[in-house]
Design a protein around this ligand. Structure first.
Ligand code: DP6
Length: 362
């Protein structure tokens, strides 16, 4: 497995290990500019991806632990706000703890009480599994270290958390640091399929606004695993992998050079390619809505000849993330406001921007 430095863990019954305690991490969501679409066994991505870490859309997860009697079963309670987790999410948590227990077997000696809150409503086109599973991976890793009286330096810790977050949900591995993250081999020499690495481009990209226009707040029509499975027998699979590799390299170069024109071109091509791939799958999926398309067409007309530093992107749904530089904030916000008025639409728009990654609260 991993390419990170090995640490020597002490065996069980270590007197300085903490038998009881609480840790808490805050982890942001992220929006992909180069899309992760299609995966191999073990949550290995079919192609490299690159994302912008968000600032205000985050999950805060507190994990308390105490000894339990047997080490046969993973034991935990999970609450999202005041609600218990659904069966599906519980399965993901259990699987994640089992993955951790392969490396940190003492975790099976404890019962966990996990409490999570999101700053953004569920199913709003912001990936709650990315922030949720990343906050959980960071927290469980902290518990693993404390219950073994072990320590790691910060860089090692976030890289290992990214590795485990990936096992929970692919895009979650990109939620541990910022301002941007690269995941997947073939993007640059040190990028990996196992975990994501931070990317800090030219200073002009350090703060990019993200206005998320919610055309539809209903839960996703196609779950992420079913979506990725569409790539297994896709007629354009080979071409897509090539395209994503080339786009990742070009985007890294452009962002290092402060080149907004190429950033806009690649970001938008990636969003449209993702939907093109869905529509041309063996079982076609159509997630764009008439208003999503109208918005894009009106945006293209509005910006013609004006040189705005703005790009749209879309995940596997109908909602648009409109990304733009602070210098164009007024023009773009005015455009969004008048577009909603002109089209008699009373839609929610969430404002976010580039963020710096996860934070340990205690
Ligand atoms: C379209 O990370 O949600 O948002 O690994 O099955 O949990 P799983 O999938 P997930 O897929 C995200 C797909 C995407 C593009 C992206 O974020 O790169």
């Amino acid at each position: 497995m991993a390419e990170f430095g090995k640490i020597q863990f002490q065996k069980k019954n270590n007197p300085t290990a903490e038998q009881k305690g609480t840790v808490e991490w805050r982890s942001p969501s992220n929006i992909a500019l180069i899309k992760y679409w299609g995966k191999h066994k073990g949550q290995i991505p079919m192609n490299p991806s690159l994302s912008m870490t968000l600032k205000y859309a985050f999950t805060q997860t507190e994990v308390s632990w105490e000894p339990k009697n047997t080490n046969e079963k993973v034991a935990f309670d999970f609450f999202l706000g005041h609600e218990k987790a659904g069966e599906e999410f519980e399965k993901r948590i259990e699987m994640l703890i089992r993955h951790f227990a392969n490396e940190f077997p003492q975790l099976l000696d404890y019962r966990f009480n996990i409490k999570s809150i999101n700053t953004f409503p569920h199913s709003t086109g912001i990936a709650s599994s990315a922030s949720g599973l990343s906050a959980l991976a960071l927290s469980i890793l902290s518990v693993a270290l404390k219950t073994n009286a072990a320590s790691m330096n910060y860089d090692e810790q976030v890289q290992k958390a990214s590795y485990y977050a990936r096992l929970g949900s692919g895009s979650a591995c990109r939620s541990v640091e910022g301002p941007y993250m690269i995941w997947g081999s073939g993007a640059q020499t040190n990028s990996s399929d196992q975990y994501a690495i931070p990317f800090t481009p030219h200073k002009d990209f350090h703060k990019i606004h993200d206005s998320i226009i919610l055309f539809d707040k209903r839960p996703k029509k196609v779950g992420s695993s079913a979506g990725h499975a569409l790539m297994k027998e896709h007629p354009y699979r080979k071409g897509r992998i090539e395209q994503a590799k080339k786009n990742t390299k070009k985007l890294i170069e452009a962002m290092n050079a402060g080149d907004f024109e190429t950033w806009q071109y690649i970001t938008e091509q990636e969003a449209l390619s993702l939907h093109g791939l869905m529509m041309s799958s063996p079982q076609p999926v159509l997630l764009l809505e008439p208003n999503t398309l109208k918005f894009i067409n009106d945006l293209l007309e509005f910006r013609t000849g004006k040189g705005y530093k703005v790009a749209f992107t879309i995940d596997a749904g109908p909602n648009i993330h409109l990304l733009y530089a602070p210098s164009d904030r007024k023009a773009i916000q005015d455009f969004i406001g008048s577009w909603l008025l002109d089209n008699h639409l009373n839609l929610e728009v969430i404002d976010d921007e580039t963020g710096n990654g996860a934070k340990q609260l205690f």
